[in-house]
Design a protein around this ligand. Sequence first.
Ligand code: PGA
Length: 243
Amino acid sequence: MKLIVEKDYEELSRRASEILVKEIQDNHEIVLGLATGSTPKRMYELLIEEYKKGSIDFSEVQTFNLDEYIGLSEDNPKSYNYYMQENLFNHINIIPENTHIPNGKAMNLESYCKEYEDSIKRAGGIDVQILGIGTDGHIGFNEPANELEAETCVVNLSESTIKANSRFFASDVMVPREAITMGVGSILKAKKIILLANGEKKRNVIKDLLEKPIISTHLPVSLLRLHPNVTIIVDEEAYEGEK
Ligand code: PGA
């Protein structure tokens, strides 16, 4: 795992955006794995700026999002679908059919998850996967557990995730309890992975990831140790160690 420590959130976002700009320039038909949450927001703004400057073109880019809450429709402002439209897709020339976000209102969730996984395969797999990280070590919504699902699946959110995400809702009880998420295997199949973490709240989990030479389903992010091409970009607040 390659570690990049940037001074602050702005610099972290710039570094991540620069890497993605280069990847998109090198491969116009790139398949991106995208994340939601607070962490990638500024990176998306910077990508929009680059698009407006004419440095990148999304007309042949495909995207697959990591996760979505179950029960929220795509026009619900709390849904990750809405987030993606607002924070990226509405501002660039991506073709809507080329964007994929799990459907939290799917009728048959089991067959839907299989179909989502198959659609990633049909696209040729993910070239670059962007990840955030939960304070509990989750990636996507793969929460710490004795067992983790390899492929796209339905999961129950952990108490700590419900609490962390309650900041986006009126209260804890409004946070959906279930979500669809790509599995850890779906994530590990990406050719490159870029994990972003900023702020003091992520310091403990980043320390665990960097300092504990273990792989554990109780720290889902530790499975990234099995992947040959992972770049972790953190800011100084999320990092406690030699730079
Ligand atoms: P955040 O969420 O970017 O809002 O901190 C990250 C995550 O839960 O994966």
